[in-house]
Design a protein around this ligand. Structure first.
Ligand SMILES: Cc1ncc(COP(=O)(O)O)c(C=O)c1O
Length: 363
């Protein structure tokens, strides 16, 4: 087979290890997965009912234009539906954005480390990823601005950042966006926005709603607990959505996903409850780690980096040691955070189990 040359520079995405695999591998009865920044709780009950109601419609193709969902999202953010794109997860939108903006000879500016998909979609277009190291675990906006040149078509920026959970305040984002050239799109990936506990958390969306060169992506995968259905969305200038429409497959978002997302979007109280639960989980982890004398990076998200240097086992072996005890976390080294593990905030019981198993590695 003669595959395209750029495949050599692309590493396949490595997902968190599935629970079933861990149970089988270590002969366990129980395991908790805190590796993929998922919601530890199932979809809202109202959403589950709506999904069930739609089973009988599966002989029909879904609405190719996601009309109702786009309308509801547009209303939520005070924009026209023409400014809303819906994807099979927000990741899919990142692929489409790379297809319409990147080609050989162009560049995408990204932080290092960051969400692996940005580099993947850039390399897939045979464009060049320009990587800018983080500063103190956060996106280094002045250095990112410096890295933008004539050939830059996209800056991929995550807020809160993955894998560190660091948050960029509104003023910094506004200043950064204002300094970008007109033909460079700021793709602001806000997959974890709903977890942010700061008053200025809607600044990115306000910029996107203004219709300039900022495109915000968000998802139903995280706080809404719908990652298994795959539905995310983006808001920005109508011309960006129009461009995406030319390259996406027509029925990219399935019937159940559209119906579930529409229902979930209307359940504001449920969302606030999930945010509160995540905040409590964050506090539980901070306190537990604090009392174990283990340091961590403060987060505005549903995951955090935990410093695992100096335990009874070497840092790189901590994920495997925890997995053997039924706790699945993400190793830091493949995320370019050696010495750390990334742990998602779970339920109270899951967090307790993580803290307990980690404490056993203290020696
Ligand atoms: C920064 C970031 N963006 C996007 C996604 C993917 O979201 P989706 O499930 O909507 O494709 C993730 C998932 O982990 C993520 O961490």
């Amino acid at each position: 087979m003669k595959f395209i040359a750029s495949l050599d520079s692309i590493a396949a995405y490595t997902p968190g290890t599935p629970i079933e695999e861990v149970l089988e591998r270590y002969g366990l009865d129980q395991a908790v997965k805190l590796a993929s920044n998922e919601s530890p709780l199932p979809p809202f009950p109202e959403v589950l009912s709506v999904i069930e109601e739609r089973f009988g419609d599966l002989n029909r193709y879904p609405d190719a234009a996601c009309r109702r969902l786009r309308q509801a999202l547009a209303q939520r953010y005070g924009v026209s539906p023409e400014m809303v794109a819906v994807g099979n997860g927000s990741c899919e939108l990142l692929f489409w954005l790379s297809m319409v903006l990147l080609e050989p000879g162009t560049e995408a500016v990204i932080s290092d480390p960051t969400f692996l998909i940005y580099e993947m979609v850039t390399a897939g277009r045979r464009a060049t990823p320009v990587k800018v190291p983080l500063k103190g675990f956060a996106n280094d906006l002045p250095a990112l601005a410096e890295a933008v040149g004539e050939r830059t078509r996209i800056v991929f920026l995550t807020n809160p950042h993955n894998p560190t959970g660091a948050y960029l305040p509104a003023a910094d984002i506004r200043e950064f966006a204002a300094g970008l050239p007109e033909d460079c799109l700021l793709v602001l990936d806000e997959a974890y926005n709903e977890y942010v506990d700061e008053e200025d958390s809607q600044a990115g969306m306000e910029l996107a709603a203004a219709g300039g060169n900022v495109f915000v992506t968000r998802t139903f995968s995280k706080i809404y607990g719908l990652c298994g259905l795959r539905v995310g969305y983006g808001v920005g200038a109508p011309e960006v959505r129009e461009a995406i429409d030319k390259v996406r497959q027509p029925f990219n978002v399935n019937t159940l996903a559209q119906a579930a997302a529409l229902e979930a979007l209307g359940l504001e109280q449920r969302l606030l409850e999930r945010r509160r639960q995540n905040l409590e989980g964050r506090r539980q982890l901070y306190e537990g780690l604090g009392s174990l004398g283990i340091s961590y990076i403060e987060t505005q998200s549903n995951f955090m980096l935990v410093d695992v240097e100096g335990l009874a086992v070497p840092a790189d072996e901590v994920p495997e040691a925890l997995m053997r005890q039924g706790v699945i976390v993400r190793p830091g080294r493949p995320l370019s955070c050696p010495g750390y593990i990334r742990v998602s905030v779970g339920t109270e019981d899951e967090n307790r189990m993580f803290l307990e198993k980690l404490s056993e590695l203290k020696g």
